[in-house]
Structures are given as C-alpha cells and as structure tokens.
Design a protein around this ligand. Sequence first.
Ligand code: IVH
Length: 698
Amino acid sequence: MAKAKRTKDTLEITPLEATARMAVLAKEIERHDILYHQKDAPEISDAAYDALRKEYQSLHEYYPNLAPKGYNPEKKVGAQPAVGFTKITHAVPMLSLGNAFTDEDVEDFILRMRRFLNLDHDAPISLMAEPKIDGLSASLRYEKGKLVQGATRGDGTVGENITTNVMTIASIPHTLTSSTKYPVPDVVEVRGEIYMNRDDFMILNAQREAANESPFANPRNAAAGSVRQLDSSITAKRPLSFFAYALGEVSDMPFTSQQSLRKHMNHWGFALNEPSRLCHNALDLLTYYHEIESLRHTLPFDIDGVVYKVDDFALQQRLGFVSRAPRWAIAHKFEAERAQTVLKNILIQVGRTGALTPVAELEPVNVGGVMVSRATLHNEDEIKRKDIRVGDTVTIQRAGDVIPQIVEVDTSKRPKNSKPFIFPTVCPECGSHALREDGMAVTRCTGGLVCPAQAALRIIHFASRDAFNIEGLGEQRVLELWGDGLIKTPADIFALHNHQRDLAQREGWGAKSAQKLINAIEARRSIPFDKLIYALGIRQVGEATAKLLARHYKDLPTWRTAMIAAQNKEGSETWQALTDIDQIGPLVARDIVAFFDEDHNLKVLAALEKALTIQPPPVQKKTSVLSGKTIVFTGTLTTMGRSEAKAKAESLGAHVSGSVSKKTDYLVTGEDAGSKAAKAAEHGVSVLTEQEWLKLIS
Ligand code: IVH
C-alpha cells in the first residue's frame, strides 16, 4: 500500500494513489472511531490510530482537493452517541487535544503560541503539566452546588446522558463544598476523566472470566463499558474513579488560571490528577515528561502521556481553538513499551461467536515490567499487511492493553526457508468451513451447532426465552449438562428424558427438578416454525428474519430444499427468491445458505425434525386488495419514506420485493424513478403513481 512520506518534497505518491489511499484511510478512521467511542471495543492501539490520522493529514495537506467528499476527520472528535441514552447538547463543546510525540513537537507548540500571541522572546509563559489518564471524559453539571447532570463527550457537541450512572461513582460528589475562599458558582460544569485503577481492573477481569464473560482489553475499555451501561446498578458495581481537570459552562469565574481552578475543584470535593507541576518553558515541560514517564509504573492507574495547558485563562481565551483542539493545550504521548522477540507459532483460537482469531505464540520477553508470551494478530488482513511469518523476529508493544500487539517484523532476521502464513479455511476446533464475508475482516466457523467452541453458547441461545423458551434450562444448567456431555447439540435436549434418573441424582437436582425440566422440554416439543428458525442461531437471523423466512417457506422441508439448491448458485432462481424476501440482502442470504452447507447442521436439523412437531406459520387472512400481491417501489416517494411504504404494504398483506419480475403485481413509482418502469412494461406489470398508491391503501 502506498504511504505518504511526511514532507512535500519527498511525497512519493501519485494523485490517483492518493485519492484511493485517502478514501481507504477515511473509512478506516471512521470505523475505528465507532469501535472506540460507541462499541468500546477498539481493534488497534492508540498509536496505530494516531498513525492513520497522521497519514491522512499529510496526504490531505498535499492534495486537499482529493479528499473523499463529505468526510473531514479533522472535525470529528468522537463518534455519534450510541442509541439507548438520551442525548445532551454540551453548552460548551467538549474538545479533544492535539498530540506531541517528540521534544521538537513540544518546542514547536510553545513557539506557535508565542508567535500567535506575539510574545517577546523573554516574556514568560506558564503552563500546567498534568498526567494524561486514559479513560472516558465526562462533563458533570452542578446547579447551586448540586449534581444535576452527567454527560459523555459523544462527538464533542452532543453526548449521552449518563446522570444516573455518574451518581454511582464514589469519587463524584453529589453536593459541592462551598467556602468563602473557594466559592462554588451557581452553575458549573466540571470536566474530567472517569477511569479504573489497574488493580481494580485486574480484579474485575478475573471475576468476568470466572463468570464466563469476556474480559476487557484494558482499563479504558473497562471504564467506558461500565459507564455506558443502560442499567446503572451494573455501573454501581464497577470500581470507577474520577479526576477533575477542566471546566465547561460556568456562571461566574472566581479563578483566572488552571492552577487556581484545580485548587477550587479540589476544595469543592474532587480528586485531581497528580503529580502536576507549573512549568515555565519547554525545558521544564520535558523534564516533567521524563520524570513522569519513569514513574508511570508506580502510579495506580495507566497513563498514556502528559498534558500541557497554558495556565492563564486570559491567554487561553486569546489563543482559542483550531478545528478539534485548543491552541493552548497539547497532549505529549508516551511511547508504547516495546521489545523484540521471536514468533514461535501462530495459533488459531475460536471464540464463542465462531470468530477465528490468530494469536502469536512468542519467545517470552519482558515488556515494561510484564512478561509477555502471546500477542494478538487480530485477523488475516493484519498478518498479510505486516507479512508476519512463523520464525520471524518481531517488535511487540503494550499500549495500556493486557494483550500486546506485534508492531513490525525485522525482515533482516527472517529465516531463509520462511513461508507466508496461510490462514485456515476450516475451523481448527470442528473441521467445518471457516468463511470470510465480503468486506469483513473476521473469518468465522460455520459449524455453529456442532463446533465445541460455540456449542454451549448456541444451546443457551436455543433454549432461551425468545427461542424455545425452556424453563429451567438457563445458562448455568446448559453449561453444566454440556460440560458433562449430556447435551452436545440442541437435538440432545429432546432426548434428555432418557436420562431422567441420572438427572435426578445430580448434585443440587433431585427427582422434582428433573421432572420439572423434562415437563418443560415436553411442553416445547411442538414449536412454531419461526421459533425453530430463530433458535438455530444462524448468523444475522434474528426474530424478524426468522418470521420472514417461516412465512415465505412455510415448512422445514421446503426451506431446506431451497437453501441446498441455492448453494454456490448465487443468481439462481432459489437464490433470487431468497434475496427477494424483503429485508433479506445477499449478506444475510449467504449466512443462511452457508448454514445448510454443513453436514453437521443438516444432521442436527434432521434430528430436531424427528423430535419435534413444527407448527406452520398462521395463514394471513385475505382482507385487503393488497393481500398476497407483490409490490415494488422505485424512485423517491414524497409523502412517506421507503420503509414506511414497505411497512404499510406488508401490514396489508402484500409482499414487497426489490426487483421487478413477472411475479410483480404493482410497481409504485416516485420521483426520479429509474429503469424499473421499462422492466414493468416489459412484464405487463401495473404501474402506479404515488397518488394512485395512496388511494389504493387509503
Ligand atoms: S484537558 C479542551 N487534561 O485526553 C481540552 N484532558 O486526548 C480538554 N485527558 O479529551 C481536555 N487527561 O478525555 C485534559 N489532564 C487532562 C487529561 C485529559 C486525560 C483526556 C480527555 C481528552 C483527551 C484528549
């Protein structure tokens, strides 16, 4: 992949390459923003993310006109708020900080400000230096000293309302302490970082692993994941802490500097991020930086750098902001801790969702005080991109993460006979095909029901409330029975009556609970077709899709025959019929068909078919002129959105399709209708204007 060199003189990239590279980078940055800010599940280290942004920036500087349309990563602070929380528009935007990586960057930062302010060479400029803790920034609003609102940063303009969650954090005061010397303004928004101490994080992860929950990658994710819980009783159980370091909206300002603000916030009841220091020039800042770097391991929390802020608020005001960051502050990042070692082997782990994750087995090495013998390789692309091979000498780094990453390969030390790693196409756990979907980085095992790595989870899903709803067969029971080999596949549930006596004799069971479970299972032996489909746990097939499939295919043999016929035949009539079902696109269709491509799945399905009575979906009553008709919409409707029109048609018993064929009854044409009208004429399909459509449904 072409990479932009940093200076214009040496830019070795053509405009065409730059266009393509910028588009790729923009997409990647956007994806990582969402992973980091909304999903709390970053795939790359902060350093790797910063490198993407830097590369984009340098290309953008050189080719500003070739930037992808509608995208400006400079403006973007975070990602849109996730659904679930109400939104809060920040009275004062919550901005981010620019980064410095080298001593020179820090000197430049000071020079830039001096130039901007037109300061004399010897005029002093004081800066507060503080540790930069990697957590989740939050804004706490106090009115008359009472905590009334807590918000996340969100995209910097609009954040999420996390008031009930912040109320559960012990170091966040509900009432501020006011005094003559340190009065509390009527309205004040205190900003700072919610974070988790390293020890607390380790304990939490150990508890999660014991409870079969996936551990958090680092304290930052743990903090973010805990704060962004819709149920605040979960947040309350998490060991979170808070540091105050800045202000949002404030009704009056009894302070004129960062130093004085810190003192006030401390007296009001907040913890501060220490050790901090008032510095007076670049040399002071760099001395502070190196001191903090050397004692970072002794701090109870992870820090990823330090922050320098102009102390005087009047100067801050004059300096102002450039796009996403203040001119008066900068984050000076630490280098991630690195070490070289040899990659002994690449193992493939299969997760509970079937994702195949490559893991590097390393010659153990000490990285920043921690012995490391494994590193994550993320996925196939990552291995290819870095050309990582078994036997290679690699540089690994830990960036606050528990699981370290491979940064680069020293190809000069590569053994002569080394070969590129070939990613498996079968699951190492169960031998089923492992598939990679178009546009996806993850390779997944398709053996869902039989793969030991996934089986227990699938069975839990199978018996769960929205699927078979078998009372008494919850997560713990499934894990117990699965662990002892009594339920290996969902079909085994319906043979449990053969083991009733064994069940009764199990520790903690007894005859009564065994009987109860058998009764609950028997009660579900007759099951609606859509519930069965949903229970199979096919990827991307939720309850709604299961209903659509059940309604379309009506019974298991018909569905199975069609799905087998559609194998390797995208474009065939059976494939077309499947993707013609409204809301089933090619990606979902591929997952459904892939399920039937596995012998093990077919075996389980056959066993279930024998054990169950499958109820056909209820026949829809013919009550409207649209019952049973197939409708296609094209162009833009002015009175309703496309989804609303579809929903309306379906509620009247019609089937909505995406393409015109001889089976289409009506084509509804909105504005700017394309080529579908011609196709409709060809097939003799009735064409309706939007007005005629409205009349038809009224
Ligand atoms: S000041 C307008 N001070 O780092 C600038 N931020 O990378 C307001 N952070 O969004 C931020 N420690 O979440 C500031 N001592 C500190 C900080 C700090 C950590 C976070 C904060 C910010 C991010 C920028």
